[in-house]
Ligand binder design. Sequence first.
Ligand code: ZN
Ligand code: ZN
Length: 452
Amino acid sequence: MTASVARSAIVAGSRGVSTHGLIACHECDAVYRLEALPEGAAAHCSFCDAQLYKQVSSHTLDQSMALHFAALMLFIIANTLPFISLKFAGRVETDMLMSGPMALFNVGMDGIGLLVLMTSILFPLLSMVAALYLLIAARLDIQPPGKGMVYRMVRFMEPWSMLGVFMLAVLIAIVKLLDLAEIEAGIALFAFAALLPVSVMAQQRFDSSLFWPHQFCEGGRDGGKNGEINPNSALKGGLLHCHTCALLVEQSKHGSHCPRCGDHLHARKPDSLARTWALLIAAIVMLLPANILPIMTVIRFGQGEPSTILAGVVHLIGAGMWPLGLIIFFASIMVPVSKLVALVFLLFSVQRKSTWKPDDRTRLYRVTEMIGSWSMVDIFIIGILTSLVSLDALSTIRPGAAASYFAGAVVLTMLAAQSFDPRLIWDDIERCSEHDGNDAVTDALPMEQAHG
Ligand SMILES: [Zn+2]
Ligand SMILES: [Zn+2]
């Protein structure tokens, strides 16, 4: 399906800015005119390809509410019924979803126990409840207290709710244990498997425009025609973009808070470069002990064999479980290392004011931000194995010291990626418009049909 949306021109300076009907790209700060699209369609930035906005349909609110409700029910089932049972030499060990973090607390690994508890249980639960709070209020057409704050909370918890990563860890743990004992899946495991697609669909239909409708451009395409045109960025046009409700406001008029949702406004993430460097260096320091010290000790019949991350991978491949070995290798070694290299490259390129391929660098950033949470898979596996395999004299699995360092490194690199502001990549790029002069710039944008 094809449709077009106009790229807008910024009207800068003292003649007065009409920000009504304009939107800025949250990844490169280019300004566009908001035009109504066919239902379900989305507009993408022509500079960096980030999604600018989506046209939700009249059913999106109801669908989102139904899906969030279904997800919450599945989540409750997944957390209250038996998850998995391990049968070994006449003994049965039954686990709940909560058993993983509890087992980590019991062996004194409070830090990673808390991390597993938050990312696999607390954050997913809280974000479902918070999303339902906003959706029900929107359905009843009331303004709920703390609307902006609750919405920001849902968005904040999104990268830290790792249901998909946890499911992968469960599957790997099951395959690893198959040679040790008989595994029986509980009802909760099936509920959890169903929860994954439902929560993804629910998230896709959770859009800020359900709570703060877009203010579409009215007077046709002449909206921003009078005045000096600066196609470079909202910032250069004296405008600030609200990350919560997507409103574009005049910097001089609205100080530091969004007039619509109350979010704190800043042109660029504060101290982005310094913070990202600090977090990255801390992550690199953590990665050293994470790879040198043993991450897990498997004790069989009283014999312990501590192993490092790499030794674990080699062992899996040697034992013929090379798909598992490759997954762990990618998630635990390749992903953290490539994330560090990518972020260091992005930081250097911004500091050197590079103008080299800003669109590709923005894409690199997007991928870096997206893949980070998959490194958690090893930590989840350790939690699951620690809770399941505690058959005393027969077999036990204990997390090693490296687990805490590794978890710390994963969290720090995720925070580093979040504190980097991709708009910095574009600040030194002179974006020339094909139509110079005082006319509004109109470009056809590639459109994508989205679900919803
Ligand atoms: Zn963009
Ligand atoms: Zn706002």
